[in-house]
Ligand binder design. Structure first.
Ligand code: PLP
Length: 451
């Protein structure tokens, strides 16, 4: 049982406010108000220091896809710590767990992606993408092909380079970003589709890429990076016409295509990877988060045979790497996670039953008077809050309604996120139908309160 520990909570909160600077948090406001302190996780629930039990509709931070109770991953971590708690992969050296994890990643990812560079996070993996792409064109004798195109409202991480790739204005207000990154429209039909059909809009949004390539010059553009479904930007599910057109443009203009699968990877969209759901073939693929079910810090880049062959022709070291690239304990956690997914066919089973059930139940939220659109793809979903059904007028200025809705959902025992005017949900893929019914009931009550 999770007994309330009130004095401890107060003490913890005071220390947190005094000493701990939090990511993506208003520093001054937090030092005044403090926040929730989570102390325990079990299956799809977390518990806080005051004893509240909350259904985690965000799978941690889109990472604990199998929930919090996975003893096989824990055992693998424990065992690895006893055998080899650390060894690096620098300077003509390797460790056995990194080797095994590299092979496993080559097996579970699309056929042409057979090489991996390990990092600790998605941000570092996207930085790695930039360095791999620059090295690739340098070896090919085309160093001027160095510009990257990304999308408005994308999230690719928060290191200097990854936040440059990210397209969120509130991030760019604080960092200028690197000057060879450019942004184009996102395929956000509800917000930007106007009078077009989704199919027409999908093509139009994709052709923004072609325009940008023509503007910069094909010989200067290295790569296009995008999430199959934009996650942190508000679960922007592209129209079906979008990805095939992006693929065509990249092929015709000789632009590398990078799929950032940090959220979409490992089952979220109904296939192992989002590029499989949408049928495109990336040259590079970023992964992190659910690769270890969030239990250890691990990320990386999957590299196509085409790029790996060129990198192998380069003279001298590829000047890049982190001390913990291919950390044996993180790789042990990754191997155990992949082993569960493969041996239990978790993704395939979920995509047959639970994914479609969640989609259908989530879309039923569109019946609520303040929901302008409820969209879902397998186990990732969003809804748009509006004043009146049929109009796109917002409920309150400055996205205040979504904050009210999020705070009420927590009181109802459900964690969802507020992104602008949207509510976002990405529950563990191991939810049962009953768990999903619970999510929908709680969400509905939070919407009632918000209205
Ligand atoms: N890419 C995407 C699509 C993400 O959603 C995230 C994190 O949410 C990142 C990259 C950054 O990953 P990390 O926070 O592990 O650096």
């Amino acid at each position: 049982s999770n007994k309330p520990l009130l004095p401890t909570t107060e003490a913890l909160r005071a220390l947190d406010q005094a000493h701990h600077l939090h990511p993506f948090t208003d520093v001054g406001a937090y030092q005044k108000s403090g926040g929730r302190i989570v102390t325990r996780g079990e299956h799809i629930y977390f518990y806080d220091s005051e004893g509240s039990k909350v259904l985690d509709g965000m799978s941690g931070l889109w990472c604990c896809n199998l929930g919090y109770s996975q003893p096989k991953i824990v055992e693998a971590i424990h065992e690895q710590l006893q055998v080899l708690p650390f060894y690096n992969n620098f300077f003509q050296c390797s460790n056995d767990m990194a080797v095994k994890m590299a092979e496993a990643m080559a097996q579970v990812t699309p056929e042409h992606l057979n090489h991996v560079f390990f990092t600790n996070s998605g941000s570092e993996a996207n930085d790695t993408n930039i360095k791999i792409v620059h090295r690739y064109y340098q070896i090919l004798g085309k160093p001027e092909k160095k510009h990257f195109i990304a999308r408005n409202n994308a999230y690719h991480g928060s290191t200097v380079a990854a936040s440059s790739l990210s397209g969120m204005t509130f991030m760019h207000d604080q960092y200028t970003g690197i000057d060879y990154v450019h942004h184009i429209q996102q395929p956000y039909y509800f917000g930007e589709g106007g009078d077009l059909t989704p199919e027409e809009f999908g093509l139009q949004a994709a052709r923004e890429l072609e325009k940008k390539i023509e503007e910069l010059g094909e010989d200067k553009v290295a790569a296009f990076i995008a999430e199959p479904i934009q996650g942190a930007g508000g679960v922007i599910i592209p129209p079906d016409t979008y990805w095939p057109e992006i693929q065509r443009i990249c092929n015709e203009h000789d632009i590398l295509l990078i799929s950032d699968e940090v959220i979409c990877g490992f089952g979220r969209t109904g296939s192992w990877f989002g590029c499989q759901t949408y049928g495109f073939k990336p040259d590079l693929m970023t992964f992190a988060k659910a690769v270890t079910n969030g239990f250890q810090a691990l990320g990386g880049v999957m590299i196509s045979d085409k790029i790996a062959e060129v990198l192998a022709q380069g003279k001298g070291d590829f000047a890049h790497g982190m001390t913990y690239s291919g950390h044996p304990v993180a790789c042990a956690a990754g191997l155990a996670t992949l082993d569960i997914l493969r041996s239990q066919h978790t993704i395939e089973n979920m995509a047959k039953e639970i994914g479609p059930y969640f989609e259908q139940r989530w879309k039923s939220l569109e019946d609520h008077p303040i929901v302008g659109e409820a969209r879902a793809k397998n186990m990732v979903a969003a809804l748009e809050l509006v004043k009146h059904k049929g109009s796109k007028e917002r409920l309150a200025p400055n996205a205040a309604a979504s904050i009210v809705c999020r705070d009420q959902a927590i009181k109802e025992g459900l964690l969802v996120r507020a992104v602008g005017e949207a509510m976002v949900c990405a529950p563990p893929i191991v939810c049962s139908k009953q768990d999903i019914d619970t999510i929908i009931e709680r969400m509905f009550r939070a919407l009632d309160y918000t209205a």
